[in-house]
Design a protein around this ligand. Structure first.
Ligand code: NDP
Length: 327
């Protein structure tokens, strides 16, 4: 076995936390030979519930689970962290303006960024799941100047997985027969799942489906899947979000297949006209423990329009948090 990895989960007593923690403790995050130390962060009123989950984790007697700590102290939660899964966030409530939402989340992600900067392990990697994930990740990153910016990422892997599943069902193929699909832009209703680079059996996916299906069914179904799940389940998606978080980190650490890529919100280097510094979803390859934006792809007009619209939303969110002094 390898040396243990310290994983911090925020919002640990929430729905996603409950679907996530048992899989982490069983060794699914980085691999089956890596022991894990879990640190659960919650707000004071949810600490007791998190302690209950910690008791259940103990009761599973997972061989790889070295320890579980529960705390409401942000600094303690990120002490020595190798992997931070930032799940807890302030949900949008009725009548709340976007600016209020961003401000409330600034109050969460700014101190977390500072704590990561000061206390996390040298190799810390951060995945933000809590919404608005891209801008929350930007806020945390802005307050961790000593951590390479590329270590802060936002989750679009669930959108990616949803897109894979929708396309596979449409074409009657297995999800593992699809390569090079990618989500571009913001993790929001403006996200753009791109089929023009995706391949199925050596053919371009966009050529295998009707343009109307892609525009009027595929794109909106993927973008609005979260709402459809709330409608059907009476609660937001949790297990699929937890699963995607695990996929995101597993791929980050273990790499993408040679002929494939995945999707993640990563800091833009200016590629594809996405303003530098924004955390936007791109097609990414993981190599040597790093996510890299896939370069040199041709962007057709249909895609350009949609990528630009989603990126504009990220620019607006950044403007808002700038005016609030959060970045
Ligand atoms: P969930 O566990 O269901 O969701 C947590 C966050 O993940 C939300 O921001 C949610 O966004 C987001 N999310 C991202 N992708 C998805 C997806 N595909 N499906 C569903 N959610 C997604 O929320 P709960 O309310 O059950 O739990 C949140 C917990 O976080 C609470 O226990 C609360 O106490 C805690 N919290 C902890 C903080 C901390 O540790 N400092 C700070 C704030 C809260 P959306 O709202 O858009 O659904």
């Amino acid at each position: 076995t390898r040396s243990p990895v310290t994983v911090t989960v925020t919002g640990a007593a929430g729905q996603i936390g409950y679907a996530l923690l048992f899989r982490l403790a069983s060794g699914q995050l980085v691999g089956p030979d890596t022991p894990i130390r879990l640190k659960l962060l919650e707000i004071p009123q949810a600490v007791k519930a998190a302690e209950g989950t910690a008791m259940e984790l103990t009761d599973c007697a997972f061989p790889l689970l070295h320890s579980v700590d529960v705390t409401d102290d942000t600094r303690q939660a990120f002490d020595g962290t190798n992997i931070g899964l930032l799940v807890g966030a302030r949900p949008r409530t009725k009548g709340m303006e976007r600016g209020d939402l961003l401000e409330a989340n600034g109050g969460i992600f700014k101190p977390q960024g500072e704590a990561i900067n000061a206390h996390a392990a040298e190799d810390v990697r951060v995945l933000v799941v809590g919404n608005p994930a891209n801008t929350n990740a930007l806020i945390a990153q802005a307050h961790a100047p000593d951590v390479p910016a590329e270590r802060f990422t936002a989750m679009t892997r669930l959108d990616h997985n949803r897109a894979l599943a929708q396309l596979a069902a449409k074409l009657g193929v297995g999800v593992d027969e699809i390569r090079r699909l990618a989500i571009w832009g913001n993790h929001s209703a403006t996200q753009y799942p791109n089929l023009f680079h995706a391949e199925v059996g050596g053919k371009t996916a966009a050529d295998l489906v009707e343009r109307e299906w892609m525009r009027d069914e595929f794109i909106p179904t993927v973008a609005q899947r979260g709402a459809a799940i709330i409608e059907a389940r009476g609660a937001s998606s949790a297990a699929s979000a937890a699963n995607a978080a695990i996929d995101h980190v597993h791929t980050w650490v273990n790499g993408t297949a040679e002929d494939d890529w995945t999707s993640a919100g990563v800091v833009s280097d200016g590629s594809y006209g996405v303003p530098e510094g924004l955390i936007s979803s791109f097609p990414v390859r993981a190599r040597d423990g790093r996510y890299e934006i896939v370069q040199g792809l041709e962007i057709d007009e249909f895609s350009r329009e949609r990528i630009d619209a989603s990126v504009q939303e990220l620019v607006d969110e950044r403007e808002t948090v700038r005016s609030l002094g959060l970045v």
